[in-house]
Structures are given as structure tokens and as C-alpha cells.
Design a protein around this ligand. Structure first.
Ligand SMILES: [Zn+2]
Length: 105
């Protein structure tokens, strides 16, 4: 998953409040920043990573970016389904259909 961060808008050193593991964030953000083009490369047509020298976005940057993306999107995922209205005993005629159909998530 892509993170919302770009070279113009890099991840902050201090994790956003929704990040579950702040210590991990700091590591990921540090490596994200390392695997970016050097300043004189950022306007180049084919920039290379300032850390590993691969054409950028390099593989490592993409990995760290994906991890940051996951970290900031964790709060978006429905952590627990609301069970109150869907409780046992309520007739659910669509249930058999739902079981044969494709899962919607
Ligand atoms: Zn790199």
C-alpha cells in the first residue's frame, strides 16, 4: 500500500497519532528518507537513490513506503464489526446467498 508521503511531503519523524507502533514508525521513516534521491537528483528525469544508487524509486524505498502506508491506514480498517444490530436470532434471509456469493471484502 502506498503511503500518502512524497518527497515534498515526507513522513514526520514523530509518528502520527493513529500509528500503533511508534518505535517502528521512527525506523521506517528514517529508512524511507535515506532511500530518497539526493537533493541534486530530485529534479532529474531519472533520479537515483541517494543511499543504494538504484534508479529511484528504488526497491527499498518502495518497501518502506508500503510499510508506512500500512501504518497510517491501520486506523482506517474496521477493527471490530459492530455486532449489536446483527445479533443472533435475527432472521437473515440473505445469508445463504451471501455464502455462495463472492465475499465483498
Ligand atoms: Zn535506495
Amino acid at each position: 500500500m502506498r503511503s500518502p508521503y512524497t518527497l515534498d511531503n515526507p513522513p514526520p519523524d514523530e509518528p502520527p497519532s493513529e500509528v500503533l507502533v511508534p518505535s517502528l514508525w521512527r525506523v521506517q521513516a528514517r529508512w524511507w528518507k535515506r532511500h530518497t534521491p539526493a537533493l541534486d537528483q530530485q529534479g532529474a528525469k531519472h533520479p537515483v537513490c541517494g543511499h543504494c544508487g538504484q534508479s529511484w524509486p528504488c526497491h527499498s524505498w518502495a518497501c518502506w513506503d508500503g510499510q508506512l502506508g500500512q501504518a497510517v491506514h491501520q486506523s482506517d480498517a474496521p477493527a471490530q464489526a459492530p455486532a449489536a444490530d446483527d445479533g443472533a436470532g435475527v432472521s437473515a434471509p440473505s445469508r445463504p446467498l451471501a455464502l455462495t456469493g463472492t465475499p465483498e471484502h
